[in-house]
Write a protein that binds this ligand. Structure first.
Ligand code: GLN
Length: 194
């Protein structure tokens, strides 16, 4: 059975743990960098990316998170987690973990629609997926090896580059676990091929 961590410094952690367990994998809340060694994959949850970055620095996580990616292990960033994974962020000089070849813009769905739910088709994953957006980012540019998986109103909201998966919305906040299942599958395949 694969073991998947959820970075547990801030944000929607418990919901991801429940979703992972529902897909039949082991879930671990990660609060110490040493825990990363025992994992086959990692989810970076939604929350507030600036707050998460402060905590990542406070607990000295950044290099270990970058290493996790370098080892080829799958990482899945949702909402703020996508911002943490992105190689470039509009208005910022430096990325955070910076492993997924996309440029993201924060809080890009406007004030009136700070939070909403919409029906998305996610290529190769799920049709009619209930996607919950909360002060969500979107992908402004995607590198040539990045597969665009979903768009909302012409904006990229889900993408994959090899072992890295990112989405603007919160797949853990509904009962639909198809996207989590897709990630669990990525982790299983990566472990088999390791
Ligand atoms: N607005 C948040 C940020 O910029 C992301 C919101 C979320 O994760 N729901 O980090």
């Amino acid at each position: 059975m694969v073991k998947i961590g959820v970075l547990g410094l801030q944000g929607a952690v418990r919901e991801h743990v429940n979703a992972i367990e529902k897909c039949g994998a082991n879930a671990v809340v990660v609060k110490h960098k040493e825990q990363l060694n025992e994992l086959d994959g990692l989810i970076l949850p939604g929350g507030e990316s600036t707050t998460m970055r402060k905590l990542i620095d406070k607990y000295d996580f950044l290099d270990e998170l970058k290493n996790f990616g370098k080892q080829g292990k799958p990482m899945f960033g949702t909402c703020a987690g996508l911002i943490l994974l992105a190689k470039s962020i509009v208005g910022y000089d430096q990325p955070h973990i910076g492993v997924l070849d996309v440029k993201v813009e924060r809080n890009s769905f406007g004030r009136q629609k700070e939070s909403f739910e919409t029906d998305l088709d996610i290529a190769g994953v799920a049709d009619h997926f209930p996607a919950v957006f909360i002060r969500a980012p979107h992908i402004v540019e995607a590198g040539e090896n990045v597969e665009v998986l979903a768009k909302h109103n012409g904006r990229i909201v889900a993408a994959r580059e090899g072992q890295f998966l990112g989405c603007s919305f919160h797949p853990e906040l509904t009962d639909d676990s198809r996207l989590t299942e897709y990630f669990v599958d990525m982790v299983k395949k990566s472990k088999e091929n390791a």
